[in-house]
Design a protein around this ligand. Sequence first.
Ligand SMILES: O=C(O)CCC(=O)C(=O)O
Ligand SMILES: [Fe+2]
Length: 224
Amino acid sequence: MTKKLYVENSIPAFSREAPFSNLLADLQTKGWSVQDDFFSADFIDALMDEVENIQNAYMLQAGVGRKQDHQIILDARRDYIQWIDPNKPIKKDFLKTMEELRVALNRRLFLGLFDYEAHFARYEAGAFYEKHIDAFKGESNRILSTVLYLNDNWQDGDGGELVVYDEIDPNIELGRFYPKKGRLAVFLSECFYHEVVVAKRTRHSIAGWFRVNNTTGMTLDPDQ
Ligand SMILES: O=C(O)CCC(=O)C(=O)O
Ligand SMILES: [Fe+2]
C-alpha cells in the first residue's frame, strides 16, 4: 500500500510564507493589503490575453447576492464576469499560487480557509461598482476578498480606482488604488466597505474570495 502524503505540510513552513510575508504582515496589523507586482508581468499578460479574448456574450452581467438572492441591479454595478474554471494552464497556475497563499494564511493567521473561488471581471467605460461589503457578518462563508488587476498603463484620469473605507467608520476613505497591472488588493470581506469608481476605459481584473466551509447537518457547503 502506498503511503499518503499530507501535502499541506510537505513544504517547509518558512519557504511557504516568505513570498507572502508583506501581505501577511499587513493583514495581521490592518486587515487589508495592496501589493504591487504580486505576479510577474509575463504572467499577467497571459491572464490578460485570456480575459480579453472572452466576448461579452460569453460573460455574465454581474449580480448582487448569491443563489436565491441573486439580482441584477444595474444601479449597483455594471461589470461582466466569468467564473474561473481551472482548465487552461495559466488559470491553473493562478489558482496554484492562490492555493499556496491560502496555506500561508491558514498557517500564519489561523483563518481556517477552505477554498477559493474567483472570476474574471470586465468593466467597460462607464462601468462601476457602488460602495458595498462582500460579506455580512455571520451570513457568508467569504472571509478574505482578493482583486488582481491586469491593466497596462493605467493613467490619471482613467478612473476605475478601488476605494477602500475604514473598518470602524466607513465614511472615512483609507485609500484609492489604480487597477494597475500586477497589483493585488486583499481585505477581510466582512470588515471593509469598498467601491469601484466609474472607469473611463475598459478595466480587467480577477476578483476572488477565500472561504470557510460552513457545512452543517442541514445544509451542504459550498453552495453549488
Ligand atoms: O475590482 C475591484 O477593484 C473590486 C471588485 C469588487 O469589489 C467585487 O467584485 O466585489
Ligand atoms: Fe467587492
